[in-house]
Design a protein around this ligand. Structure first.
Ligand code: COA
Length: 185
């Protein structure tokens, strides 16, 4: 079954859906939700980010996410609970034009950790990346202490590519080639 769904009521455009979740692009109405998410120090601890200093700063980030999705037809997506419509966090791809590769990322409210939402939503993004966008590979980064994030990547089949620097911090690099795609040089 395809993860893509177009005929649902959430903000008009739904990009992906899973058994429990709906993933859609950001809109300007997501600014308060994004501010709330980053306001928890536990949520941003291993991300290289901090709480937004102002609503204007959060809005600038959301505008950038909207622009990225419009430019590349891929991006970080808001993850909602399919039944309740509650915003749980975000998950998705970010296209790096200079490197010609997309990275996978995710971030959820702490009260929803451990319920499998990251694995479920990221799994849908990976399938979308390979089966619909036709990308040959995905990359990801996680700080070595971020056990939960590394577990999610490993459950999805990502393999370690070695130490790297992400947002100025020491991180572990990961890569997932599309099944059947030639190995990267
Ligand atoms: C990383 C994050 C997205 C994971 O979300 P999640 O919905 O809880 O993830 P899942 O439930 O799908 O899977 C987490 C896995 O890690 C495991 N895990 C969590 N904390 C762990 C720990 N301290 N030690 C060992 N395993 C741990 C869980 O048991 C689960 O594995 P399982 O399914 O085999 O039981 C969430 O913790 C988060 O939002 N963190 C803050 C933002 C962040 O760090 N993003 C990633 C930046 S690289």
């Amino acid at each position: 079954m395809s993860d893509r769904e177009t005929n649902t009521p959430h903000e008009g455009v739904v990009v992906l859906s899973t058994e429990r979740l709906v993933l859609r692009p950001h809109g300007l109405s997501d600014v308060p939700f994004m501010m709330q998410l980053n306001s928890d120090p536990d949520v941003v601890r291993y991300t290289g980010d901090a709480a937004f200093a102002s609503e204007a700063e959060a809005r600038a980030v959301v505008e950038r996410l909207i622009h990225q999705f419009e430019a590349w037809r891929m991006g970080r997506l808001v993850v909602l609970h399919r039944r309740t419509g509650e915003e749980l966090g975000w998950c998705g791809l970010r296209w790096h034009e200079d490197l010609e590769v997309a990275d996978l990322g995710y971030r959820f409210f702490r009260r929803h950790w451990g319920e499998g939402y990251a694995t479920e939503s990221a799994g849908a993004c990976v399938r979308h990346a390979f089966e619909e966008l036709g990308l040959p590979r995905l990359v990801a980064h996680a700080m070595p202490e971020n056990v939960a994030s590394i577990k999610v990547l490993e459950k999805l089949g990502f393999r370690r590519t070695g130490p790297t620097v992400f947002k100025g911090l020491s991180a572990q690099g990961f890569e997932l080639p599309r099944p059947g795609a030639p190995a990267a040089r």
